[in-house]
Every structure is written in structure tokens, then in C-alpha cells.
Design a protein around this ligand. Structure first.
Ligand SMILES: [Ca+2]
Ligand SMILES: [Ca+2]
Length: 490
């Protein structure tokens, strides 16, 4: 438990030392009875330990769907007992998601004297005594100032002005679009020495520290005891309002002693929780056993029978990549063979030239030395081209090998595919150049070579290159089709 006693970071300096006065940081103590979070958020019977839920709220193992994205839904969750500490901080992680460009109605975080189990204010009771922090998605007053975050206090006397989005009642506010963000949005609400501060994390990064100040209300008098709650509602338009976690901390002024957490839980209560936990574990084990008995062929892999859409996509991408990888490897091998053949041929020609260097006058039917130089140059060029070709393929191969099979973002994967594609294009271009060169060689000029020590003749060589080239182009076309097929997986 001691690990949970932490000192808040620079955030709070900003929050409470607003006037530039370097205030000493309060100690922060986690209060598990006023908190929930996944992955074991609910009991076996679907209830949330220490919390109650109402209306359309659907608790599950890792989040509570306060409202589903259906018309006219209302839901809320509330702590079972009152929180009675003077200074506190809560951190709520949630998502508001919907397919529409505009959503409704919004979500509210509460600290109130009574649980607002049902009502018209974002799914909770009106005329509350305490404070509500509203995440209002829908622009009721048509002033184009939603989604907005509002801090609205009430002493139990006033009705909320929903039609004007609480414009005249807000003690503080900030314009923030909290809908449809890549990561969950987080709100940190700090009540310390009568100052209420709302910090927001916009959900654009997974980074824990990216909070920004939204509102700061000084001289905020809140009831000494109250329930924490979170509620949401939909209207004609609808969003999913999902809360992933609600963490409550007690803030203790520096210098005041921190009681050990264990002392605050009576012994019998501790026993009760331990027993409850053990029962839960036993029940779980029993159910597992029963399941295995009923489905002996599954051998505990029940969860693996179905794959999710994401899993399937990843598997298909991975398989496609493996296939590409193998085929490029094969291509690389073939190119290596061509390259070897070429090298051998060039070395033969070089040898022959060296021999003939001693014979000054060309005999009948033999080439003049200048002609032979041309052939040599041409051969060297062919060799260079094939070398380049090989490099391109090797590059493609390396990139295919780098492709991770795991959970990378699809964007990166697509990038990799583009790079492979580019490399293959280079290969194609080089080959085309090579073919062109072969065609450009005028046959009449093609000299008769002197008898070779080996059986390889020029005609044979060109035929060999031509056959390889045709095979290669055929392969490239086949490959592009395969690649197109692989790309459909995205
Ligand atoms: Ca509104
Ligand atoms: Ca508005």
C-alpha cells in the first residue's frame, strides 16, 4: 500500500501554485473504495465492487458503457458510500465515440451530496448539491461552441439550463473536442484548498503526462461529504460513452501524518474481502474445469476458436509477407546464377584477348582488336546492369525480411509494401534496359568469336540472357498480381 502514497508531479504545482507561489506538494493516497478500473472491473454477477450502476449502463470486465450509441439512453455509476476527505483528486479515463460528425448529449463527472441516480442532466438528477464537470457534445443553443467542457456548481436550488448549454451557470469552461480520439481521453480533477482544477488529456497520445489546464475555479466551496459519480445520456443523436477507469486519491497536506492504509480497513472487513476473493477464484476454477469436461477436444483453447477481425487481418498480412519474402529470395538466387555466368564469360573473353595480344595481325575470319574492345565494354556494361539488378532484389529482400509479423500499425506495413514495390519497379526497369540493349545489338555486326576453350558461344550467351529475361519479366508480372492480391488484405 505504501507504493500508492505518491507525490503528485509538476502538474499540481501548476494547478495549485497558479499565482507563481511555489507551494509544497500534497501527498496523494489511492482510495480503492471510490475507484474502478479494468481488467477485472466487475464481479461474477456483473456488479461493480463499491459502486452501483443505473439505467442503461453496461459494466464489463474492462470498462463501463454508461450509454450505448442508441437514441434516448441514460445511465450512471455512483460510489456506494460517501467520500469524506477535504482534499481530493480524481482521474477519469473515458471514450466518447460515435459515427456521426455530431454526437449527443454528453457525459458528466459528479461530486454531490446525494447520488443523482436518474434525471435530465446528462443522465443524472437536476438540482444537485455539489459540482458537475460536463462534457457536453451537443450544441443546444446553436452557438457553435460544442463540444465543450464545463464546471457547474449547484447548492441544490437551481435547475440546469440545458437549452443554453449552461452558458450562464458555468464557473469555468474550455472548448475541447473529446469525441473519437485515437486514445482514451482523460480528465484529472483536483480539489485542494478550496481550488478546483480541471486538467485534460486530449487523447492524441498514449503519453501519461500530456495534460493541459482546462479550468480553474477559486474559492469553490464543496460539501464536506459526497458521492462520486459519472453519468451520460444520448438524445436524438447518440454516442457510446465508455468509462475505462475512475481513480480517486485523497490529498494530504504536507506535514500532516499519513495513516497506514491498513489501519483504515477494519480487520473483519479485510477478512470478508479475502474470503470473497477466494470464493470467486474457486468458482472460476470450477467453471473452467466444467468447461473442459464438457468440451474435452478443445483443451482449454476455447478462446482461440474465434479470431477477431484485427487478428485475422494481421494473420493475412503476415502470411502474404512470408510469401513475398520467399519469392524474392528465389529471385535473388536466380540473379546470382546469371551474374556468375556473366562473370565467367567475361573472364574467358579477357583471357582470349590477352592471348591474342601477342598476335599482331588479325587472321581471316577473326576480329580486329577494336571490335573486340567494344564487345568487352558491352559485356562489362551487361555485368554492371545485372549487378545493379541483384542489388535491387537484395534490397527488396532485406525489406521484406524486416517486415515484422507482429502488431505494427497498418500504416508502416503499407509503407514497407510501397518500398518493396518501388524496388521491384527498379528491377523491372533495369531488366527492360537490359532487354533493350540486347535488341539493339545488330546481328550482322555480331562478330564471330575465336574458338573458345569452353562450349559457350555468343549466340548461346544472348539466348541464355534473353530466356532469363523473358522468364524474369513473366515472373515480375506474376509477382505484381500476387502483390495486388496481398494488398487486398488491407
Ligand atoms: Ca448541450
Ligand atoms: Ca452550445
Amino acid at each position: 500500500m505504501a507504493a500508492l502514497v505518491t507525490v503528485t508531479g509538476s502538474l499540481l504545482v501548476l494547478a495549485i501554485g497558479g499565482a507563481g507561489v511555489a507551494a509544497e506538494l500534497p501527498n496523494r493516497r489511492f482510495e480503492y473504495k471510490y475507484s474502478f478500473k479494468g481488467p477485472h472491473l466487475v464481479h461474477g454477477d456483473g456488479s461493480i465492487p463499491f459502486w452501483i450502476h443505473t439505467g442503461n449502463a453496461i459494466p464489463s470486465a474492462d470498462q463501463i458503457r454508461i450509454t450505448p450509441s442508441l437514441k434516448s439512453q441514460k445511465g450512471s455509476v455512483w460510489t456506494k458510500s460517501k467520500f469524506s476527505f477535504e482534499n481530493w483528486e480524481i482521474e477519469v479515463t473515458f471514450r466518447v465515440t460515435g459515427r456521426g460528425r455530431v454526437g449527443a448529449d454528453g457525459l458528466a463527472i459528479w461530486y454531490t451530496v446525494d447520488q443523482g441516480l436518474d434525471g435530465p442532466v446528462f443522465g443524472a438528477a437536476d438540482s444537485w448539491n455539489g459540482v458537475g464537470i460536463f462534457f457536453d457534445s451537443f450544441d443546444n443553443d446553436g452557438k457553435k461552441n460544442n463540444p465543450v467542457v464545463l464546471v457547474v456548481g449547484n447548492n441544490g436550488q437551481y435547475l440546469y439550463d440545458h437549452q443554453n448549454d449552461g452558458a450562464t451557470q458555468a464557473l469555468g469552461s474550455c472548448l475541447r473536442d473529446f469525441r473519437n480520439k485515437p486514445y482514451a481521453v482523460r480528465a484529472r480533477i483536483i480539489y485542494y484548498k478550496k481550488i478546483l482544477t480541471v486538467m485534460l488529456h486530449n487523447g492524441f497520445t498514449p503519453n501519461n503526462d500530456d495534460y493541459e489546464l482546462c479550468a480553474r475555479v477559486e474559492n469553490m466551496m464543496l460539501p464536506p461529504e459526497g458521492y462520486f459519480g459519472i453519468s451520460a445520456a444520448t438524445g436524438g443523436l447518440a454516442d457510446d460513452h465508455d468509462v475505462l477507469s475512475f481513480l480517486t486519491f485523497r490529498l494530504l497536506e504536507p506535514g500532516k501524518p499519513v495513516e497506514p492504509a491498513d489501519l483504515t480497513i477494519p480487520q473483519e472487513e479485510k477478512e470478508k474481502y479475502r474470503e470473497e476473493y477466494e470464493n470467486f477464484q474457486q468458482e472460476l476454477d470450477k467453471k473452467k474445469e466444467e468447461f473442459q469436461k464438457d468440451h474435452p477436444d478443445m483443451q482449454g483453447e476455447a478462446a482461440d476458436i474465434f479470431e477477431t477481425v484485427n487478428e485475422r487481418e494481421l494473420r493475412q498480412i503476415f502470411e502474404g509477407q512470408n510469401r513475398i519474402h520467399l519469392e524474392i529470395k528465389q529471385l535473388n538466387k536466380q540473379l546470382n546464377m546469371i551474374l556468375d555466368e556473366q562473370r565467367r564469360y567475361v573472364s574467358l573473353v579477357t583471357e582470349e584477348m590477352a592471348k591474342r595480344g601477342t598476335n599482331t595481325a588479325p587472321q581471316a575470319g577473326q576480329l580486329p582488336p577494336g571490335e573486340l574492345d567494344n564487345i568487352m565494354r558491352y559485356q562489362q556494361e551487361v555485368l554492371r546492369h545485372v549487378g545493379e539488378l541483384k542489388n535491387s532484389v537484395t534490397n527488396a529482400l532485406n525489406q521484406a525480411a524486416q517486415l515484422p509479423g507482429g502488431a505494427t500499425g497498418s500504416y508502416e506495413t503499407i509503407q514497407h509494401f510501397h518500398e518493396i514495390k518501388e524496388n521491384l519497379h527498379t528491377v523491372k526497369r533495369d531488366l527492360a534496359a537490359l532487354v533493350q540493349r540486347n535488341l539493339n545489338v545488330e546481328k550482322p555486326k555480331c562478330p564471330e568469336l575465336p574458338p573458345f576453350p569452353s562450349c559457350l558461344s555468343t549466340t548461346h550467351f544472348f539466348m541464355f540472357v534473353a530466356v532469363q529475361t523473358v522468364l524474369f519479366i513473366g515472373y515480375i508480372m506474376y509477382r505484381s498480381q500476387q502483390e495486388a492480391a496481398a494488398k487486398k488484405f488491407f
